[in-house]
Ligand binder design. Structure first.
Ligand SMILES: CC(C)(COP(=O)(O)OP(=O)(O)OC[C@H]1O[C@@H](n2cnc3c(N)ncnc32)[C@H](O)[C@@H]1OP(=O)(O)O)[C@@H](O)C(=O)NCCC(=O)NCCS
Length: 181
């Protein structure tokens, strides 16, 4: 479990699964994904994320607000399990229900997970990616101090050719050991 001033990042419980599925069925949340997710797919992915987190000690954490117990989204540091045109294959990411947007929760939770990746897991570098029109997500990357080199923009192999969301941006953050002092 990871704690920040306003948040707890924790392992999945069975109570989270319906909220996860509801969020993935919301077209506002999934605007920059190819489609919303059918409920069965969300149930399966929740089970997988719980096992993955248990096995590795990192992965997709449930985000909970201290002022409002229960599921308030997911924040992840995880391995990337597909052929990317970049290295390293380790990413940070986020997905929150609409009522949790606009409070700085994604940045606060992701900042804590990034420190965990660098300081505890000793990852030297981490990336973040999103479809080029997803400016809200890019703003989180920038608030985290991540940097983009437009020459590294790429076509996501899991998005169909010709699809408007195929083009992705890549942001990077490196662990500066001097920050640890
Ligand atoms: C991407 C996403 C997580 C961004 O959420 P967010 O709430 O905009 O991001 P943050 O947590 O950093 O919050 C920043 C916002 O909170 C506001 N804010 C309010 N109180 C704040 C506080 N105490 N501290 C910091 N920011 C605060 C900021 O002004 C900012 O709003 P603005 O962008 O309108 O200026 C969210 O839109 C989302 O889940 N989208 C759908 C899924 C998705 O696209 N995921 C990424 C796919 S790669």
């Amino acid at each position: 479990m990871i704690e920040t001033p306003r948040l707890i990042l924790r392992q999945w419980s069975s109570d989270d699964v319906e909220s996860w599925a509801g969020m993935n069925a919301d077209p506002r949340v999934m605007e920059f994904f190819v489609s919303t997710l059918p409920r069965e797919q969300s149930y399966e992915s929740a089970q997988w994320m719980r096992e993955n987190l248990e096995r590795n000690g990192y992965g997709w954490f449930v985000m909970e607000r201290k002022d409002r117990p229960g599921f308030s989204g997911v924040i992840a540091i995880d391995d990337i399990r597909w052929e990317t045109p970049f290295q390293p294959r380790r990413e940070i990411g986020w997905r929150l229900p609409v009522d949790a947007w606009g409070h700085g929760f994604a940045t606060e939770g992701a900042g804590a997970l990034m420190r965990y990746a660098f300081e505890t897991l000793r990852w030297p570098e981490i990336v973040a990616m999103t479809a080029t029109p997803n400016l809200r997500s890019m703003r989180v990357m920038e608030r985290l101090g991540m940097t983009r080199n437009p020459a590294e923009d790429f076509d996501h192999i899991r998005v169909p050719e010709g699809h408007p969301l195929r083009r992705h941006v890549l942001y990077r953050a490196r662990h500066l050991t001097s920050n640890l002092r």
